[in-house]
Design a protein around this ligand. Sequence first.
Ligand SMILES: *Cc1c(COP(=O)(O)O)cnc(C)c1O
Length: 382
Amino acid sequence: MTTSSAPAPIPFIDLAAQRARLGPRVDEVVLEVLQSCRFIQGPQVLELEEKLAKFAGSRFALGCSSGTDALALLLAAWGVKPGDAVFCPAFTFCATAEVVPWVGATPVFVDVKTDTFNMDPESLEAAIETARAQGLEPKVVIPVDLFGQPADYDAILPIAEKHGLKVLCDTAQGFGGTWNNRRTGSIGDATATSFFPAKPLGGYGDGGAIFTDDEELVGILKSLREHGQGVDRYQNVRIGMTARLDTIQAAVLLEKLAIFEEEIAARERIARRYHEGLGDVAQVPVVDPRATSVWAQYTIKLPAGVRDDLATALAAEGVPTAVYYRQPMHHQPAYAEFPTATPSLKGAEELCAQVISLPMHAYLDEPTQDRVIAAVRKALGK
Ligand SMILES: *Cc1c(COP(=O)(O)O)cnc(C)c1O
């Protein structure tokens, strides 16, 4: 046998550790769905919707097929249309903006702050001016709770109110986080989240949810989610889509929701240890004092030119990293034609060149985390 000095690789997100923690219960609930044969809109979906609404502090929660579809359903339900401007951060996962051209509207890209990585309210004001100058009608702003931290709602909500914009919170990464002690899902006009497996609350497949207090909107969303149905599935009163949450996913998510608060606390503890271990060698995440993060990612910022060498050095030590995101939205080939708040979006461009995310999940134990910290310090020569 040959001896190798290469240490065993660390998982970036350890879904197997969570599955072990959940134990046989999660297998049992999936089996119950299989035996019931109620694969679509089974009772677990309604139970999950009630529990999600309670957890978030919103009147209503609606399960749906993905985070992307949750965003799309809301734009469709509000009647967003060609000629309308929808303001999206330039530093986000593409889905935030992707749904806007689906309804024929125009995404207008807004810059982000280089400390919190979230939407810059000043740039939002500039984007509204840009949209008007181009003859577009400002309709919706989609703040993103990036990497787990809620956006600056104290600044964004008044701007939206002043300009008559709806606020659609994209909390695909931030579900479970708080702003002024309110959970995401209870802020703005409506919220979309994702249960993609790698999100803080993830299922075993695709899924998502919408949160709102608006009962009339819920009626429209339920219809849109089910082919635009009217009194029943065979009466179509609007053009809809198939966008339901599967019963199997709801059953899995009920089990995961039961341990979610515990997992959020574990993520917070792990983030604090990263701060302590790395705060003197990199820009560690800055959490606004009014916010709590659910740490979808633990993302550090480095001086220009350092990031890619660090990733290579860490990979050699078995420490995986990821870059969210390498390209700002306004530089993506499919989005380059859309307007931006200002000719360049300096915050987003800088972050795309300088950030890197480290392994983060609720089951990252201290010795493994210490290995990550030591590897980062060594690679940076500290
Ligand atoms: C993951 C994600 C989405 C889309 O969620 P899906 O369930 O994968 O469709 C939307 N917005 C943001 C910010 C995301 O991170």
